[in-house]
Design a protein around this ligand. Structure first.
Ligand code: ZN
Length: 290
């Protein structure tokens, strides 16, 4: 494990940057530093900028910017700090920015951030596939409705697309089949396997309190539109604690899925907690790339 070492190195770099900024502030105040160029020739600072990327550049811009531009730069700083892809680093950088008065933390959000819930705070929500994109990618299950809202999929579509996915780690989770297998779309299956494997590896399987269904040939309740579950690319977990329409549970609440969201996202699953009518128990495969 090299992590603690990296972490202290990074802390050291932040402190160095802080000192440089203090120095810069003094020099700017005293009129000893008339343009940005001299700043960019400081080799120590260049090395730090390399590590912190646009964040440090943004800090510099903030100091040299006109008052009117500062608000924009502040939001850029927050965005840039959040793009590191390393939550611990994002949080340390954000706190550093607050400490130096470069951004404000009026509601105490940054102060209470935890590594595991940083992405949902810091990042913009990803975009899910539209129904049309889903149909183009995963095929049309052509449901024949026998009962109200519950259908039978086209046999050829099912044969071609729906396979057994083996998730042995999930055996024992309430509601999950004892065989360890569920039916899922062949395109999304390996992604679900790798997501569950990563959750298990990170010791987060205990966050999954129940399995509440995956492939289901049905409509969205109360409509004539296919549910995403009809395509075999969606699943529900912890339904009891994440009712449709309820605000997603905070990280420490029982049944909260916040810690699993970044992992599922990494493997291509969009979280229903982002819907305008939140469906926090729900994950579906298919995230649009930028
Ligand atoms: Zn669902």
């Amino acid at each position: 494990m090299t992590r603690p070492q990296n972490q202290s190195r990074s802390d050291f770099e932040l402190r160095s940057l802080a000192r440089e900024i203090d120095l810069l502030r003094t020099e700017i105040r005293e009129g000893r530093r008339p343009n940005n160029q001299s700043f960019l020739h400081n080799p120590t600072l260049l090395a730090i900028i390399g590590l912190l990327g646009t964040v440090a550049t943004g800090i510099w811009q903030l100091h040299s910017a006109r008052e009117l531009e500062r608000e924009k730069l502040r939001s850029t700083l927050i965005q840039e700090a959040s793009k590191s892809g390393d939550n611990e680093k994002t949080i340390r950088t954000l706190r550093f920015l607050v400490e130096y008065g470069l951004i404000t933390d009026e509601n105490g959000l940054i102060a209470t951030l935890k590594s595991s819930n940083a992405p949902s705070f810091a990042k913009e929500a990803p975009k899910a596939f539209t129904q049309r994109e889903i149909q183009n990618t995963f095929g049309d299950p052509k449901l024949q409705f026998t009962l109200e809202g519950l259908g039978t999929p086209d046999a050829a579509w099912e044969k071609e697309n729906i396979i057994d996915v083996n998730l042995p780690q999930m055996v024992g989770v309430r509601g999950f089949p004892k065989t360890g297998k569920i039916k899922f779309h062949k395109i999304a299956s390996s992604h679900l396997e790798s997501a569950i494997a990563e959750i298990a590896e990170r010791g987060l399987l205990s966050k999954i309190l129940s399995f509440d269904g995956a492939w289901a040939p049905r409509n969205v309740r109360g409509t004539s539109q296919y549910s995403i579950h009809a395509y075999g690319i969606a699943f529900d977990i912890n339904a009891e604690f994440n009712r449709l329409g309820d605000k997603p549970k905070e990280i420490d609440a029982k049944g909260s899925l916040i810690e699993l969201v970044p992992i599922f996202e990494k493997h291509g699953f969009y979280w229903g907690g982002y819907f305008s009518r939140p469906d926090s128990m729900h994950f579906q495969y298919g995230i649009k790339s930028e």
